[in-house]
Design a binder for this molecule. Structure first.
Ligand code: NAI
Length: 246
């Protein structure tokens, strides 16, 4: 029960890493707000948590819309009285090589992965500053640190959320709020299902552990960083990538 009675919002909580994080947080005793654009997925995750005896509320929210984000935070406080943890997990890809990437692909990814993180971080921080406590975790990526073929837009956002985490760590640390980023390697989720099999095989071979990662591997990193075990950790980027870049 490392997150007992903590109130946590997990964006993109409807599937993949977000879903695994919602389930692990609930197992650790957190009251979980499953926030996602996909209503069916949200409902399923909330039901799974409740069936396992945990506490959860679903919220349909598009992180690119500031009014929806502000409502999500206000509704969380109205329901549970506080907000202890925000996991900025919602993210998308729209891949193309530099010379082929459209403005629409660029704008779409920036809107969710960068502005969405800003919107949620800002709304959550206001509550956490009042409380004088809180934890914000941003989903970066191996790709944010090292770049990737066909992912100009995505890599820019994933490097960007590290910049935001470090800036917020400096601004909010004195107010009792810790901010960190997690940089997953290749994790088996609906997002990576779109990738060519041979690329995934190559990633598996490159890892000294000879395996891809699974959503639980990232969820466990979020549990640690959200818990008091990480009370001296802020402004950090935790790579959870099976050593694939070594
Ligand atoms: P996924 O595609 O399986 O799930 C993403 C979730 O975000 C979906 O439920 C989707 O509905 C939701 N979402 C998308 N746009 C949204 C919006 N505007 N507002 C609210 N929710 C929205 O993705 P996955 O693989 O679980 O990734 C989660 C996070 O981890 C992303 O930020 C991703 O960039 C990052 N990541 C994933 C890696 C991987 O290998 N799967 C590797 C490194 C980072």
């Amino acid at each position: 029960m490392r997150l007992k009675d903590k109130v946590a919002i997990i964006t993109g909580g409807g599937r993949g890493i977000g879903e695994a994080t919602c389930l692990r947080f609930a197992e650790e005793g957190a009251k979980v707000v499953v926030a996602d654009v996909n209503e069916t997925d949200v409902q399923q995750v909330v039901e799974k948590i409740k069936a396992a005896g945990g506490e959860a509320t679903g919220m349909i929210v598009d992180v690119t819309h500031r009014a929806q984000v502000e409502k999500m935070v206000a509704d969380t406080v109205a329901t549970y009285g506080r907000l202890d943890i925000l996991v900025n997990n919602a993210g998308i890809t729209a891949d193309a090589r530099l010379e082929k990437m459209t403005e629409e692909q660029w704008d779409k990814v920036i809107a969710v992965n960068l502005k969405g993180v800003f919107n949620c971080g800002q709304a959550a921080a206001k509550v956490m500053i009042e409380q004088k406590s809180g934890v914000i975790l941003n989903a970066s990526s191996l790709v944010g640190i090292y770049g990737n073929f066909g992912q100009t837009n995505y890599a820019a956002t994933k490097w960007g959320v590290i910049g935001m985490a470090k800036s917020w760590a400096k601004e909010l640390g004195p107010k009792g709020i810790r901010v960190n980023a997690v940089a997953p390697g290749f994790i088996v989720t609906p997002m990576t299902e779109k990738m060519p099999e041979k690329v995934l095989e190559m990633m598996k071979e490159k890892s000294p552990l000879k395996t891809l990662g699974y959503p639980e591997d990232i969820a466990n990193a979020y549990v640690y960083l959200a818990s008091d075990e990480a009370k001296f950790v802020t402004g950090a980027v935790l790579s959870v990538d099976g050593g694939v870049v070594l």
